[in-house]
Design a protein around this ligand. Sequence first.
Ligand SMILES: [Zn+2]
Length: 86
Amino acid sequence: MTLLDGNALAGRLAEIVGGEATDSPIRCRHCGEVGELGRVVVFASAMGVVARCRSCDGVLLTLVDAEDGRSWFGMPGLSALPLRGR
Ligand SMILES: [Zn+2]
């Protein structure tokens, strides 16, 4: 497992949702903390990534890469993700 910041999500998010989001303002559903996606804590492994809130450690976003080539994208700690570049 590798510890990164939210900027590590830029390439994968652009592939999945087609826009730049790391400088987007986000709000944590767990504690209400507001910040940029690029500042979250990201745990990366061969299976994918988990982004957690710097304030409360709540899970904000998950991206799991399955062996069959599909990717599972979830935002359990975010209600919306503003994107640029569409
Ligand atoms: Zn939080």
